[in-house]
Design a protein around this ligand. Structure first.
Ligand code: SF4
Length: 381
């Protein structure tokens, strides 16, 4: 079974107004000290492995991993190779934010072994970037993209957001055209979600924020699919588009419910044993996380063993997000019964309504109905 590796870096230049990820502006912990803790955790976990692993992907996410010195990133990759068998042709992705990278640092990240960059540009409109509380301008985003190309990155993903405060459908259409003109290999386009407790959510509660209505949001979603598909991108997940052969290998492991090991504060892990799988996460607080790993303790919290029914629901919940859909043979191999035996009534109803299709051994939501996926997924929970 392929295994993915994830490392969480919970530091940012400043906190964005919509963000509820585990990340904070700045850090009281020196970056080198945090990086040494992550390497220690990687060593501790590897000593408990029953079999050698052959990791296929490494993803450095956050937060803003590009705040770390290239030497720290290099140590993560070296440790992943020596302790987890990260293969020489593995996908090694690093998230980066404009304003935190230069040609020099990007070249050093590339030399260290990062071969895929996920650049969080979010918008190419300074008014919207400012509303979102982003720490960079549109010009800095374009500079970072050009610098990444110059540094040798031939696999770049750009992260974008739509349904932003005051954004019109026409403005979103213009943004898509600008991004397509840059020709990244991968585009993620998410609609803004207002998370409880964030400054944007408070502004909305106080009536100080105008958001596009549901109809405009749906139009933006449809426009995204239409424009990116016309430009040669394949919509392989609700919000993710890739040029041929450039899907994110790492993210696909999540949607296929394959194992992954997470390192760092707030990192999540999943192994498909014992029973129908186990999930756990590390403490959110970086200081607490470091205290544990430097004391020689694995920082595991909230470990849960999934029931058979929960694991079945996950197969549908994750698989139906993707254009490939649920692999019915794999489902049978995992659970010893067919998808029809588990969810016959739901499947028959959705097939008859045209909300589900069969592609060989896969069951998938038709591309034109992916916008409804959240409503459809509840049938399988
Ligand atoms: S850069 Fe990303 S992780 Fe950091 S605060 Fe902004 S949205 Fe959150």
């Amino acid at each position: 079974m392929p295994t993915a590796l994830y490392i969480h870096i919970p530091f940012c230049l400043k906190k964005c107004a919509y963000c509820d990820f585990v990340s904070a502006a700045g850090s009281t912990i020196p970056y080198d000290e945090y990086a040494a803790g992550v390497v220690r955790e990687m060593e501790l976990r590897s000593e408990l492995l029953l079999h050698p692993l052959a990791a296929t992907t490494l993803y450095l996410g956050g937060g803003t991993p590009s705040l770390l010195p290239p030497a720290a990133i290099s140590r993560f990759i070296t440790t992943a190779r020596s302790r987890y068998g990260l293969s020489p042709d593995a996908e090694v992705t690093m998230e980066a934010n404009p304003g935190t990278v230069t040609f020099k640092t990007l070249s050093a990240f590339h030399d260290a072994g990062v071969n895929r960059l996920s650049l969080g540009i979010q918008s190419l409109d300074d008014r919207l970037l400012n509303l979102l509380g982003r720490a960079h301008t549109a010009a800095q985003a374009e500079e970072a993209y050009a610098a990444a190309r110059a540094a040798g990155f031939d696999n770049i993903g750009l992260d974008l957001m739509h349904s932003l405060p005051g954004q019109t459908v026409l403005e979103w259409e213009e943004s898509l055209a600008l991004v397509v003109a840059l020709a990244p290999e991968h585009i993620s386009a998410y609609g803004l979600t207002l998370e409880d407790g964030t400054p944007l959510h408070r502004q909305w509660e106080e009536g100080r924020l105008m958001l596009p209505d549901d109809e405009e949001g749906a139009l933006m979603f449809e426009l995204t699919t239409e424009r990116l598909t016309a430009a040669g991108y394949e919509q392989y997940e609700i919000s993710n588009f890739a040029l041929p052969g450039r899907r994110s290998r790492h993210n696909q492991t999540y949607w296929k419910r394959e194992p992954y090991l997470g390192f760092g504060a707030a990192a999540h892990s999943f192994l498909n044993a014992p029973s129908f799988g186990r999930r756990w996460q590390s403490p959110n607080d970086p200081a607490e996380y470091l205290r544990r790993v430097t004391g020689g303790e694995l920082p595991e919290m909230e470990s849960i063993i999934l029931t058979r029914r929960e694991a079945m629901a996950e197969c549908f919940f994750l698989g139906l997000r993707t254009s490939d859909g649920v692999d019915t043979k794999r489902f049978h191999d995992c659970f010893g019964e067919s998808v029809e035996q588990s969810y016959g009534a739901e499947i028959r109803r959705l097939l008859s309504q045209g909300l589900l299709e069969r592609h060989g051994r896969h069951l998938a939501i038709p591309a034109s109905r992916l916008i409804l996926s959240n409503q459809l997924l509840v049938h399988f929970v």
